[in-house]
Design a protein around this ligand. Sequence first.
Ligand SMILES: *[C@@H]1O[C@H](CO)[C@@H](O)[C@H](O)[C@H]1NC(C)=O
Ligand SMILES: *[C@@H]1O[C@H](CO)[C@@H](O)[C@H](O)[C@H]1NC(C)=O
Ligand SMILES: *[C@@H]1O[C@H](CO)[C@@H](O)[C@H](O)[C@H]1NC(C)=O
Ligand SMILES: *[C@@H]1O[C@H](CO)[C@@H](O)[C@H](O)[C@H]1NC(C)=O
Ligand SMILES: *[C@@H]1O[C@H](CO)[C@@H](O)[C@H](O)[C@H]1NC(C)=O
Ligand SMILES: *[C@@H]1O[C@H](CO)[C@@H](O)[C@H](O)[C@H]1NC(C)=O
Ligand SMILES: *[C@@H]1O[C@H](CO)[C@@H](O)[C@H](O)[C@H]1NC(C)=O
Length: 586
Amino acid sequence: MEKYLPKYVPFFTLLALSGLLFLLWNITSLESWNCQTASTFYQLQNSIQSVLKTSEFLLPVEFNYSFCAHLGQEPTAEEAREESYLLKSIAWPEPLVLGLPLRQSSDPAQSYYIIEDPGDLQVGGQLIVKVQMHNFLGQPKKHGGDFLVARLHTPELAAGVAGQVHDHNNGNYTVFFPLLWAGVAQVELTMIHSSEAVMVLRRLRAEQSDRVFFKSLFRSRYLSETTLCNLCLPHKQQPLCNYTDPQTGEPWFCYKPKMLDCDTRINHSKGGYKKHLLTVYESQFFQSGVNIKIPIHSAGVDNVTVQPAKVQTKGMHLEFTPSGYYYQGSWRPLSGVVMRQFNGSSVITQCLRGKMVYMYGDSTVRQWYEYLTSHVPEKVQCECSLRQLKYRYLFVVQEFKEFNFHSPKNVGPYMAVESNHNILLRYHCHGPPIRFTTVSSAEMHYISNELDGLRGGLDTVVLISIWSHFSTFPVQVYIRRLRHIRRAVIRLLNREPATLVLIRTANLQKLDPESSLFNSDWFSQQLDRVLRAMFKGLNVQLVDAWEMTLAHHHPHQLHPPPEIISNMVNFILSHICPVRRKRRRG
Ligand SMILES: *[C@@H]1O[C@H](CO)[C@@H](O)[C@H](O)[C@H]1NC(C)=O
Ligand SMILES: *[C@@H]1O[C@H](CO)[C@@H](O)[C@H](O)[C@H]1NC(C)=O
Ligand SMILES: *[C@@H]1O[C@H](CO)[C@@H](O)[C@H](O)[C@H]1NC(C)=O
Ligand SMILES: *[C@@H]1O[C@H](CO)[C@@H](O)[C@H](O)[C@H]1NC(C)=O
Ligand SMILES: *[C@@H]1O[C@H](CO)[C@@H](O)[C@H](O)[C@H]1NC(C)=O
Ligand SMILES: *[C@@H]1O[C@H](CO)[C@@H](O)[C@H](O)[C@H]1NC(C)=O
Ligand SMILES: *[C@@H]1O[C@H](CO)[C@@H](O)[C@H](O)[C@H]1NC(C)=O
């Protein structure tokens, strides 16, 4: 016995050591996931790289995701018809020839516009601008599909309005601007992406809809595991946990942890952004300062002088009627509501007296919550979990002071109460896919289910914003989500027709070569058009964030600056507290 011992000592030592090493490896690999709080894109990119090295099992698998869109409940015949109509309405022109070299792709620096015979321009009329796109060789382009946006503005008046771009599919474009104020107005035209870049974005959307990926933490006692999650996952050897929502049928899956059950999921968060999405050829079309968000200049003058209206312009045919415009920094809607300025805390509080304002969605609706809570005086703000709230609310609403349930920053849910005026403000994020850092799986609520839990009525205001986290998925995924929300809105308005519902549209944002692949304005605009079409004709107001960010002088940002937020909030408050119409008779 003794003589065998020395022989086994190194063996056991090695075994113990390797066991320890293995355990350590697992602990560090799990920890590197847990402390993931990086919020910016770049921090994330870096951390993902290091994480992926150690957690190979979390790597998304290469496969064709285009079938994702068809997971979940089958649409009815009518829904399928609507879907195909919507997809047709956002169809993007394709170039006649694919695989053109960079030098033959659109070059904003060599493209130009011409203001069409301005003649006698006056308020109430329109301005027409002709655009001719050229390639890097200076030759005119022969096909359409470039993503252009336009704005007409007068800096001295802090006035601005969005233009509408019409693609002739031959390299020429026409832009229409309504003339809404007198003065010298300047044209601003921007190529966001070349048609060649849009083709790449289309490919990514169809083939790489898992380019943003998600993960969940599973935990039970001392065991914890993290697995990959998404709207759909390829069946590898690993079985799946199916978190499909029973009420809506919205699909969501995670790989089943090896040692834990599916019902031990505690956390959801964004896993990261895939890298190396583009070929060398494709990446040429995404160059900052060359072909992403580059101004196109005029071949002649870039401004016109607009005279005050002299003749009757009512009934004049305009190609494009925007939803509003800025004048002296204030948004002026062109229909639906008379804009009021709520420029002080007490004015806001007066307007919100007795109201319950429910905000659902992404961080762009959270901005309104933040704006309102920082403007409502004597605020009593709590950050709390909805579950805990529901019963507490019943008992302690009168002496409701301050709650702090330590919701993750920026994620919520949040709630603020101003008890003197009986105001309740709530914010809750939308359900997956959501790229927030960490959301408790108990807080993963779909907006439609939340709406079904609202009584509604004259005192209820519902604000919804859902777009940004869908930019990487096929449009069908977004259509399906909006369909569920629309049904719930219709049910709510049927219960209580006096409920005020406002939906925020997408907005433009800052783009660079990397963020373009995930968050391009082109993706956003496609979703935005679908949203507008799907809520048309319902008693729902749109907050036109697209035009409000396009018409404004401020550079585009995912989270628009306070000047724009205050205009949005004034617009919303103008709907909550409309100007009393003067009675015509008596
Ligand atoms: C370490 O992680 C691997 C991969 O997930 C897993 O199979 C293994 O059971 C873990 N081992 C321990 C000791 O946690
Ligand atoms: C992915 O699948 C869809 C339909 O299943 C098909 O039309 C498409 O060509 C496929 N794409 C690739 C890159 O395999
Ligand atoms: C585009 O516009 C220019 C200038 O108006 C015109 O000369 C040219 O013929 C147009 N191109 C096509 C293909 O129509
Ligand atoms: C997931 O569950 C839903 C509803 O429970 C079911 O309809 C669907 O087929 C399931 N999907 C998979 C891939 O198991
Ligand atoms: C308008 O354009 C003309 C000609 O390019 C230029 O001389 C003038 O300074 C411009 N006016 C303004 C207000 O920019
Ligand atoms: C707020 O707006 C009202 C009416 O537009 C104006 O009379 C008042 O001076 C403004 N107050 C502040 C603080 O700007
Ligand atoms: C999510 O997981 C992290 C890491 O374990 C933990 O610190 C955090 O409390 C969890 N968040 C929630 C809301 O459960």
